[in-house]
Design a protein around this ligand. Structure first.
Ligand code: ADP
Length: 503
């Protein structure tokens, strides 16, 4: 049934950080009023400053703030919002939240609760995809008995992956290489799944050797039309979490793109999907592709698709939610784009999160550079949430130009006060294999030592960075604040560790 278009005047963004700011920006361009919500540590956050209105959630932990549906609905009522944009993470893939929005007459800018539910559970999604003729990674339904699971693992042949049916965020996965290790791994995975997702069901997938993670962006309107907006290559991963993404995929051929794009559209249609979504695939060395999962929301890495297609995906999400049909325009990929995720973490200290006060921030600019940020100088990055600070996105006419731009932009990025992964990203981008586009999901693991190795040029870089900090602190003439441990003195002291303050 087609609903009459309804203009959404006031949109509550049930999120924080860079994605909340990202959504607010498009709302402003469209002349829609934005309502931000914020926790106590986020009182001075950029998404709060940028929004037209902002309401406190009270509390600090995700559970008592951005995940608290009752508080969010109360603010929606008080502010008179007519729609909710969930961003990614938090409540974005929670079917009960989408259903509760609908019951309250609030438009949820995303798919139906039914689609979220169907695709949220991995084995159910796999079953539906298989019925729709979309190839899936060889595997099993949920298995409870270890003996049965072991014989299934033998049938698939080792190595296998034990996965939580309700898993997500790269968690709840275990690779098993030998039958002897299977029993303990199976039980451990069930325990982990229960504590992380409140659901101990696990299943098996054949472990694909050195695959590529390639995903397709799709858009579907309420009139029943589904299109894809090409692929994103997301194989640069640490612990199954993406760090760098690019489009087009270096591995792609015209024929493979056509077949995968068709499969992605079929996958979305098979679950009656509306709004923006992503179909994730694994591609093996023989360029065979397999459905991995669907993400029923905007992806972190959506900007690279925007850069090559010229489509504002958040605008499309809002218009679809308003009941507008998709535009009938020809889409093509113009040039290439790449994204680096900038995290407040220390690559030289086990990638531990590095929250604290950002003392100085000077993001890169110039041709083809987009910095989707959630922070500013003077903001204290809270320790309660994901340490993603910003996404550096660049566009170039061809991959060579995009790489050169990314390298230059990472060089320009200055962030003083907390540690970031910027020096680590620089090394990946400059790695010869990455530069050739010859990489799969094992790239970071394979090159970890090399990427974290300290060399002569780091000495010079650190000396320069430390001198810059000293000069700046001299100008500032103030006593050190809470981030003193990350300041110039420690930059000198830790000269044995590259990247300490050279971001
Ligand atoms: P999550 O939902 O936790 O993000 P996914 O199922 O999307 O988990 O997988 C995340 C990553 O884990 C993939 O991008 C890939 O690198 C790796 N992975 C998942 N399944 C397999 C598999 N069967 N074989 C090899 N690698 C896999």
């Amino acid at each position: 049934m087609t609903k009459r278009p309804r203009r959404l005047e006031k949109i509550l963004i049930a999120n924080r950080g860079e994605i909340a700011v990202r959504v607010e920006r498009t709302c402003r361009e469209l002349g829609r009023t934005t309502v931000a919500v914020f926790s106590d540590p986020d009182r001075h956050a950029l998404h709060v400053r940028y929004a037209d209105e902002a309401y406190p959630l009270g509390g600090s932990t995700p559970a008592e703030t951005y995940l608290d549906q009752a508080k969010i609905f109360d603010i929606a009522r008080r502010s008179g919002a007519d729609a909710v944009h969930p961003g990614y993470g938090f409540l974005s893939e929670n079917p009960s939240f989408a259903a509760a929005c609908r019951e309250r007459g609030l438009v949820f800018i995303g798919p139906s609760a039914e689609s979220i539910e169907l695709m949220g559970e991995k084995t159910r999604a796999r079953e539906r995809m298989s019925r729709a003729g979309v190839p899936i990674v060889p595997g099993t339904p949920p298995l409870a008995a270890v003996q049965e699971a072991l014989s299934e693992a033998r049938r698939l042949s080792f190595p296998v992956l034990i996965k939580a049916a309700a898993g997500g965020g790269g968690k709840g996965m275990r690779r098993v290489d030998r039958p002897d290790d299977f029993g303990p791994a199976f039980e451990a995975c069930r325990r982990e799944a229960l504590s992380a997702f409140g659901d101990d069901r696990v299943y098996l997938e054949k472990y694909l050797e050195e695959p590529h993670h390639v995903e397709f962006q799709i858009l579907a309107d309420a009139q029943g039309r589904t299109i894809h907006l090409f692929e994103r290559e997301c194989s640069i991963q640490r612990r199954h979490q993406k760090i760098i993404e690019e489009t087009p995929s270096p591995l792609m051929t015209k024929d493979l793109r056509a077949r995968m794009g068709q499969a992605a559209v079929r996958a979305a249609e098979a679950c009656g999907y509306t709004n923006a979504g992503t179909i994730e695939f694994l591609v093996d060395a023989g360029r065979r592709f397999y459905f991995l999962e669907m993400n029923t929301r905007l992806q972190v890495e959506h900007p690279i698709t925007e850069m090559v297609t010229g489509v504002d995906l958040v605008e499309r999400q809002i218009r679809i939610a308003e009941g507008e049909p998709l535009e009938d325009r020809h889409l093509s990929q113009r040039g290439t784009a790449m994204e680096c995720r900038i995290y407040a973490e220390d690559p030289w200290n086990h990638f531990l999160p590095s929250p604290g006060l950002i003392r100085k921030l000077s993001p890169p600019g110039g041709p083809g550079v987009r910095d989707d940020t959630g922070v500013y100088a003077g903001f204290t990055v809270p320790m309660e949430y994901d340490p993603l600070l910003a996404k550096l996105v660049v566009w170039g006419e061809n991959r060579q130009q995009t790489l050169a731009r990314m390298s230059r932009a990472l060089e320009e990025y200055r962030l003083i006060g907390i540690r970031t992964n910027i020096p680590y990203l620089r090394r990946i981008v400059r790695h010869p294999e990455f530069a050739r586009g010859a990489y799969d999901t094992h790239f970071l693991m394979k090159h970890q030592d090399e990427l974290l190795k300290f060399d002569r040029s780091d000495h010079d870089r650190i000396a320069l960075a430390a001198a810059a900090v000293l000069a700046w602190r001299g100008e500032e003439k103030s006593t050190a604040g809470p981030a003193a441990g990350n300041s110039a003195a420690s930059a000198w002291k830790m000269a044995g560790r590259p990247g300490v303050s050279d971001s």
